[in-house]
Design a protein around this ligand. Structure first.
Ligand code: IVH
Length: 677
């Protein structure tokens, strides 16, 4: 046992250190240590506090759930404590938990369990009154959380009204408060971080931080642009429903229309749980969300809840954590990749290391500032983390293992592909190759142009692009539409069928929508979302090309950086020539009157005016909700108004609407319209 003064010192040190890491993780969304490192420190503190119960202080991280609260959101008390879970790291730990439970039972009856994925996201608490989504709150410190209702309303998977299916035989309970986890889908994470790197924005360390950062935005339109989604898994408070088993609670939640993990599994005995854990070690890598363990819950909830709570952990459930998908390895070198906009991006070359069944040789480093910030040096032993199919990333170096031979990474002075000098623009993080005819950039531009999110020319692979560029048959992206059949047939491996396929694919792509073309031409900061916004505002690529930076910034979601990049792109004569050749080839430059995406949205094409005080939504929340669902909100009632959303104390607008015969909705009717999609 540690000597008393030493223990006191170490406990204080661990407490401070952990509190700092909690703050980095929960408030800043920028942790500096890995989850596994955190768990190790935390476990040490738990052990010391068990040995020295007199040294436990109220501010110890073991004494509270969640993290400190940030400013900026309204604080809301939860109807019941939002608990955490104790951790087990092995099947032995799981059996020890079962033994402890057994001692609390009068006769050691047999128990059944639910096993659910432990989603590594952000815990949220959703309140539904008479079926209407009223409020969503983060877990916060477990007692009080932050009201993020407006942001949650931007998440498509979140039911605005339950049951979601209007034809459902279920009745909405008077009160249902549920708990779930909001997460950032793994397949969207790399692209999202890459676009942030391109826009010189700070990167999110992992999908969990991206979820948390996205949900805690003060402006809901920022959240709306992020691909967040969620799963629910528990009741927090309820009235008018009595469902005792966890299995049936999940079934009920699913029937109401909540997203519930399809992987949740009933286990009749503890051995089945142990077997499920083994299967999960494989399964975890096949899902589109990060899972850091499984949650084992005693299926009989009243029984489980009756076992009470230790600290912040209920006795009736336990988390079985997976071994960390991170390893240490050597950073052999930092390679330089040339991006389509000329950005020279560093990429880690690693001594191959097996992480979670996959051999990892490369990791993203994003930009040179990131390398400097983490103080990563060539020759370092680094911690590499892998989650699902996300490109592995470097958590940071192991400073203690340095021997002095490590080399600081300097940004390149020249482009490795064309040899032209590299530049770094004032105030920007990115180092770029300015040479417009750099062959490496062209390869990337072509690759991007034909990619699935852009013109989607399946038959046009990366190899084809590289070959045609090397053969001098493509000098810019418009050349794709002027390829010569006979010339193609002369290339090695290009038989009739292959050439026909390729040309047919190219031909078909001419029918792609104008916003795909705008995405595909690759203006900096203009990804598919922004392209859609811009074209909806301006109608055509030509009209967009005429717009001033000021006019562009009037579009919701367009900032000065994007506006300037768009103006600069169109001002370039060689880009005008490029556009002319696209036009000559017959590509589409204008949007259709109604494109399919907006037609799917429940409020597409409808114009709303909001007036008076609504029972739950603020004016801006109502506006965000309408816009999120495809509707438009204007300030004054006219004959073009489809609906007036009226709350209490509605004045002249209501009178006008009545005069003009405009339909009037209250808040509930508005929710119903949105849910009716
Ligand atoms: S149950 C009393 N189920 O893991 C109920 N939690 O380390 C306690 N989590 O704070 C939570 N998936 O944010 C539960 N299927 C799941 C979960 C889950 C993820 C999170 C939750 C909790 C943390 C505990």
């Amino acid at each position: 046992m540690t000597k008393e003064p030493d223990a006191a010192k170490r406990i204080a040190q661990l407490r401070d250190e952990l509190n700092y890491h909690i703050y980095r993780y929960h408030v800043l969304d920028a942790p500096v240590i890995s989850d596994a490192e955190y768990d190790t420190l935390y476990a040490e503190l738990v052990k010391l506090e068990l040995e020295h119960p007199d040294l436990v202080t109220p501010d110890s991280p073991t004494q509270r759930a969640g993290g400190p609260l940030t400013e900026g959101f309204e604080k809301v008390a939860h109807p019941a404590p939002i608990l955490s879970l104790a951790n087990a790291f092995s099947v032995e730990d799981l059996r020890a938990w079962r033994t402890r439970i057994g001692r609390l039972l009068p006769d050691d009856i047999s128990l059944t369990y639910m096993v659910e994925p432990k989603i590594d996201g952000l815990s949220i608490v959703l309140t539904y009154e008479n079926g209407v989504f009223m409020r969503g709150v983060t877990r916060g410190n477990g007692e009080i959380g932050e009201d993020v209702t407006a942001n949650l309303r931007t998440i498509a998977a979140l039911p605005r009204r339950i049951p979601v299916d209007p034809a459902s035989a279920l009745a909405a309970p008077p009160l249902l408060v549920v708990r779930g986890e909001v997460f950032f889908p793994l397949d969207k994470f790399d692209a999202f971080n890459a676009s942030r790197a391109e826009a010189d924005l700070p990167l999110y360390m992992n999908p969990r931080n991206a979820a948390s950062g996205s949900l805690r935005q003060l402006d809901p339109s920022v959240t709306a642009a992020r691909p967040l989604t969620l799963f629910v898994y528990d009741f927090v408070a309820w009235d008018g429903v009595e469902i005792a088993s966890q299995r049936e609670r999940l079934t009920y939640l699913r029937a109401l229309g909540f997203p519930v993990s399809a992987e949740a599994r009933f286990c009749p005995a503890l051995d089945d749980v142990a077997a499920a854990y083994d299967e999960w070690l494989e399964l975890r890598n096949q899902l589109n969300y990060e899972v850091d363990g499984i949650v084992v819950k005693i299926d009989d909830r009243p029984l489980a809840d009756g076992f009470g709570v230790v600290g912040k952990d209920p006795r009736g459930a336990i988390a079985m954590k997976f071994p960390a998908q991170e390893k240490t390895t050597k950073l052999l070198d930092v390679a330089v990749n040339v991006g389509r906009t000329g950005i020279l991006a560093p990429a880690a070359v690693l001594e191959p290391v097996e992480i979670g069944g996959v051999v990892v040789r490369n990791a993203t480093l994003h930009n040179y500032d990131e390398i400097a910030r983490k103080d990563i040096r060539i020759g370092d032993t680094v911690i590499v983390k892998r989650a699902g199919d996300v490109i592995p990333y470097i958590v940071g170096p192991v400073f203690d293992l340095r021997d002095g031979s490590e080399r600081v990474v300097a940004p390149p002075s020249h482009c490795p592909a064309c040899g032209e000098p590299a530049t770094q623009m004032d105030g920007e993080v990115a180092v770029v190759c300015d040479n417009p005819s750099c062959p490496a950039q062209l390869v990337r531009r072509v690759e991007y142009f034909v990619s699935r999110g852009a013109m989607n020319i399946d038959a046009f692979g990366m190899k084809t692009g590289e070959l045609l560029i090397a053969q001098g048959m493509i000098h810019n992206i418009a050349d794709i539409y002027y390829l010569d059949r006979d010339q193609l047939l002369e290339l090695e491996g290009f038989k009739d069928k292959k050439v026909d396929n390729l040309l047919a694919g190219i031909e078909a792509s001419k029918a792609q929508s104008a916003d795909r073309l705008l995405t595909a031409i690759g203006i900096r900061f203009v990804g598919s979302e922004t392209a859609r916004l811009l074209l909806h505002a301006f109608g055509s690529i030509d009209a967009l090309g005429q717009a001033s930076a000021e006019a562009l910034q009037e579009v919701d979601g367009i900032g000065p950086q994007t506006a300037n990049a768009v103006v600069a792109w169109f001002a370039d004569e060689k880009h005008q020539r490029l556009l002319q050749r696209f036009r000559d080839a017959g590509l589409r430059f204008a949007i259709e009157v109604q494109d399919s995406k907006s037609a799917e949205q429940p409020l597409a094409g409808l114009t709303f005016v909001i007036t008076g005080t609504l029972p739950t939504l603020t004016r801006s929340e109502a506006k965000a909700m309408i816009e999120q669902n495809g509707g438009k909100v204007t300030g004054a009632v006219s004959k073009h108004t489809d609906y007036l959303v009226a709350g209490e104390n509605a004045g002249s607008k209501l009178t006008k609407a009545v005069q003009l015969g405009v339909a009037i909705l209250d808040e509930e009717a508005l929710h119903a319209k949105v849910a009716a999609s």
